[in-house]
Write a protein that binds this ligand. Structure first.
Ligand code: B1M
Length: 232
């Protein structure tokens, strides 16, 4: 998707919604952070909800990047630029998605597992959980089991969330859960897992409470599990 127009000349604000969204997909592809931030602000100014901007402009754009990364058309440095541009847009949406006057309804720690540095999806889950009224402690990327245990000890969360984007790192989630079992702590926490290569079967097989397909499902699942926990 080589953009042959001169981006300097392109007035994003003059584009109708559908063309602007398409342009944002191109800009994300090209790693243009400022343009992504501008486009995000324009759509919000036109009355788009934060979640609509997130889903239709940013997440969909990243999906396209993912396809060309898989097919060897884009490489790591380019995808890093796309990720950086995506984070620019997410930074604007974050406070809007997290806007809530309510008391925290539960506490979650979330981190990407050891060996894995993908964090966009995890960050999105954290943002949506905050938006739903949860307190979220983000452990970042590349977390060994010790980091999860330390954070559990320190923050005493209701929920432990783990993210993995690689088939080679997703088995590490089982290492964390098995360690909780060994220490007799497993039943004290709701364990939710997610990430593109996972599925429900995997979640069950490793002993998680649930696999969450996306951030919205993570919120719904967390709410349901918290309600069950409170009722019990
Ligand atoms: Co990576 N990468 N990457 N990468 N990368 C994938 C995952 C890949 C599928 C690309 C591909 O080939 N199509 C592929 C994995 C293949 C596999 O394992 N089978 C891959 C690879 C191979 C690699 C490297 C090994 C490449 C290399 O070095 N040769 C390398 C690994 C580095 C490492 O981690 N050790 C690598 C590196 C990178 C970058 C650094 C360049 C960059 C990451 C930047 C960053 O995150 N800061 C990157 C990116 C951006 C991607 C793709 C293109 C996009 C991921 C993303 O952000 N998606 C990705 C392709 C793809 O997934 N289509 C790819 C958008 C995000 C919103 O979705 O993360 O799925 P996602 O999160 C969703 C759900 O999964 C769920 O909710 C989120 C929001 O709805 N979810 C959770 C996620 N975590 C959750 C936790 C929960 C609940 C739900 O807890 C409760």
């Amino acid at each position: 998707m080589v953009d042959e127009t001169n981006d300097d000349d392109l007035d994003l604000a003059s584009l109708p919604d559908d063309e602007l969204v398409e342009q944002m997909h191109d800009d994300l592809y090209d790693g243009l952070k400022e343009e992504i931030m501008e486009g995000t602000n324009i759509l919000l100014g036109r009355g788009w909800s934060a979640s609509k901007v997130l889903d239709e402009a940013l997440v969909e754009g990243m999906r396209i990047v993912g396809i060309d990364f898989r097919d060897g058309i884009l490489f790591v440095p380019e995808v890093l630029m796309s990720a950086n541009a995506m984070k620019g847009g997410m930074g604007i949406l974050r406070p809007l998605l997290a806007e809530t006057g309510a008391q925290p309804i539960g506490k979650m720690i979330i981190g990407t597992v050891k060996g894995d540095i993908h964090d966009i999806g995890k960050n999105l889950v954290g943002m949506m959980m905050e938006g739903a009224g949860f307190e979220v402690i983000d452990l970042g990327i590349d977390n060994p089991v010790e980091a999860y245990l330390e954070a559990i000890e320190k923050h005493k969360p209701d929920i432990l969330g783990m993210s993995a984007l690689l088939t080679t790192t997703m088995p590490y989630m089982k290492v964390v859960i098995d360690t909780l079992v060994e220490k007799g702590m497993r039943d004290d926490y709701i364990v939710l897992v997610g990430g593109a290569p996972l599925n429900e079967e995997f979640g069950e097989a490793i002993g998680a409470d649930a696999y969450c397909r996306d951030a919205a499902v993570a919120v719904e699942t967390a709410q349901a599990k918290m309600a069950e926990k409170r009722a019990a």
